[in-house]
Design a binder for this molecule. Structure first.
Ligand code: HEC
Length: 138
């Protein structure tokens, strides 16, 4: 009987340790926070960002979600991954021109988005940056 209890204790310890290791492993390899994230719309958008918002709605929103909060098809762009220091404006141009191989998330690849000019992407970037700043990402 006593022998049994000791064995049991070791068994539970092993299971608990295993679960802790598994959780640590999964959370380091699957950066999937709840999507969509909470995005506070800025009280005021610049003129450029207002144009960007329309372009975003037409070309990006079906994956990146309303207010770039993410959807089941793509990540939020209002996220610290995409702050200017980590993803400068040029990475938006490249994403639209060449597409993106899935690397930060598990939504799959982003295809190139034809028919959106560099100037139009710049307006979308302005919109996303203003959303980011209104949500403490800069
Ligand atoms: C068909 C779905 C889809 C559409 C439409 C789409 N995206 Fe994406 N986008 C994705 C996915 C998925 C990723 C994430 C890839 C990863 O890192 O795992 C992504 C990533 C990005 C990134 C990050 C690039 C990087 O270097 O990591 C930027 C910037 C971006 N998208 C901008 C845009 C803009 C701007 C538009 C509209 C002009 C747009 N996307 C339209 C699915 C989409």
């Amino acid at each position: 009987m006593r022998q049994n209890m000791i064995t049991n204790r070791w068994l539970w310890l092993t299971v608990a340790l295993g679960l802790a290791l598994l959780t640590a492993y999964l959370s380091s390899h699957a950066p999937m926070p709840a999507v969509p994230v909470q995005v506070t719309a800025p009280a005021h958008l610049s003129q450029a960002a207002t144009q960007g918002q329309k372009l975003f709605a037409a070309n990006c929103q079906k994956c990146h979600g309303p207010s770039a909060a993410g959807s089941e098809r793509g990540p939020p762009l209002v996220h610290r991954y995409y702050e200017p220091d980590h993803h400068a404006d040029i990475s938006f141009q490249r994403a639209v021109e060449f597409g993106v191989k899935a690397h930060h998330w598990q939504f799959g690849d982003m295809p190139p988005i034809p028919g959106v000019s560099k100037d139009q992407v710049a307006l979308v970037v302005e919109y996303v940056r203003e959303l980011q700043r209104a949500n403490g990402i800069q």
